[in-house]
Write a protein that binds this ligand. Sequence first.
Ligand code: FEO
Ligand code: CA
Ligand code: CA
Length: 668
Amino acid sequence: MSEGTPSRGFAPLNWVARRARSVYHCEISCDDDCFKPVPNRSGNEPFAAILNRRISRRSLVKATIAGAPLLALSTSPLGSQIFGSAPLTSSVGAASSTVGLESIPHDNEDAIKVSEGYGLNVIIRWGDAVLPGAPAFNLNGQTAEAAGKQFGFNCDYNGFFTMLPGQSNRGLLAVNHEYTSGVDMFPDYDSDAVNEEQVAIEIASHGMSIVEVSRAAGGSWSYDPASRLNRRITGDTPMTLTGPGANSIYTITDTDPTGTTVLGMLNNCSGGQTPWGTILTAEENFHQYFANAEGVRGADRYGVPTGASRRHWEDFVDRFDLSTDSNEVNRFGYLVEIDPYDPSFTPRKHSAMGRFKHEAATVTLSDDGRVVVYSGDDQRFDYIYKFVSSDRYNIFNRSANLDLLSHGTLYVGKFNDDGSGEWLPLTAGSGPLATWTNAGVATFTREAADAVGATPMDRPEDIEVNPVNHRVYIALTNNTRRTAEASVDEFGRANGINSANPRGPNAHGHILELTENGGDAASRRFTWDIFILCGDPANAEDNTYFAGFDQSELDSISSPDNLAIDGNGNLWIATDGQPSKLEQADSVYVVPTSGPERGRIRRFMTGVPRGELAGHVFTPDFETLFVSVQHPGEGDGLDEPSSTWPDGDFPRPSVIAAFKDGGGVLGT
Ligand code: FEO
Ligand code: CA
Ligand code: CA
């Protein structure tokens, strides 16, 4: 089934080749890497040797999976999630995952398509009313006041929070609004003459929407604009900074001498859900909102502009001008906890989990009930982190759990060539961090991780824990600057290939599979394997690998970004970057992680021109997949957009639901 409208007169492939006028998420996070030629692949000899080593080890591990040991891995005594859509252990799953849907061909049409036998519907679009009093959306009459009550721009992460344990027909949908793109929002936008009202609208269009949603017979979903639980959080919403970075010399400002009250969250990309029913939402590319960072500590390492920002918010809002107060930028780049059930809850930015370009936050429990949060730092050659709380999750005391993420130990991943790995603690006052303070580690986390010798990765995106085999799946989206030869960059990071990042350049990205020692999420050591090396299996130069599955008839895939795992342990992968890499729209794929079809990838959903499919998440019964259609037609402006999805007039970032016709678990 397909949904959407025909494009307005563009040949299907034209939009792939057309260079966007302004693509914030490309220019800012990747310096337009996708639009540059991939460096030549001479010197790929080490790749084969490295991969062969990894594959032979993987075969041994595979033999273990077939037996019982993995099934005895960590199932926390507290590990049944009460709320939401991502159970810590599966009651649906089987040891050998299977997928029952047909792969669909790639395309570039202006419609969302899903596998035969599936349907979808649009739930909520940019500008739709979220709060009482929100006016109907008026593209030519936007105001900041209205935007603060309407569904924001560029939806990404979706969290589904049930009203009752295990309920799947009704709940709260929490949706990130990652960033704005003026050229795609305002018909009269001029990037060289941004006005104050446009800036205010953009700030109000960031953050998060929380809306109550329900499922109708037949599988489609709608939201209730009158629900008292609906909420908008914006780039101006007051938040509390917690943990060792709060109230420090790095976070106190003239307007906030306590160093604890921050206005707004920005660039919230993906996220996660805690066992006590709160959201963790991840501030990613926060650097782009600030200007004049000349001489500001960390400006180089975090890429904060030393001159004017491209958005020019600093022209109208002082706090974005770092020459006014350089500490303001240190109050962004965190995991933010929000209680979706309490519209009056003050969001908490938890500095104990570090300050970097957090892609997501994946929550699980250790064997002894401590909270473990995985989070990747999405930049070339940056790191994978793990936070372990000091205190234990208490299933009987929800309010006490709200403090768990303020105290704990932050680790960063080191991946050894032999398939082992270790989590290096970022502990101030010892080892390479002997002269550091706790506030310093919490604020300048990247520099602390550089100092302890973490492994530079190929842009860590989403991370998910498989509820069936308990392994941790990590998407590394791509890195065309990875070199086949050994090299070191200005921050001292090794940029040459290593066995966890074995392709230089890495145009298409890969997925790692990590097993914590003893199956305990709090373990200091782990083993790891390559699960998938993405690309076109028909192109030998891509050096693809799909967990050993016969590649002769497999689909192509590039740039894995968001991940979700169903109750059978199948991995659902959303991409971000396929148009420039494979000349096909970004898509959602599903792949078994065990059994005879382990590695057999199938394309389930295709997106629209310049649109990313993002933030996909299941309901607890796995009969609905919520997906954000982010930045359709991005960078084209509103005169001649390459996408007019979903309504045929102009592109509107929207959240959709996908479901099986007649009901049933997706993928079966
Ligand atoms: Fe916002 Fe790393 O994607
Ligand atoms: Ca992402
Ligand atoms: Ca992305």
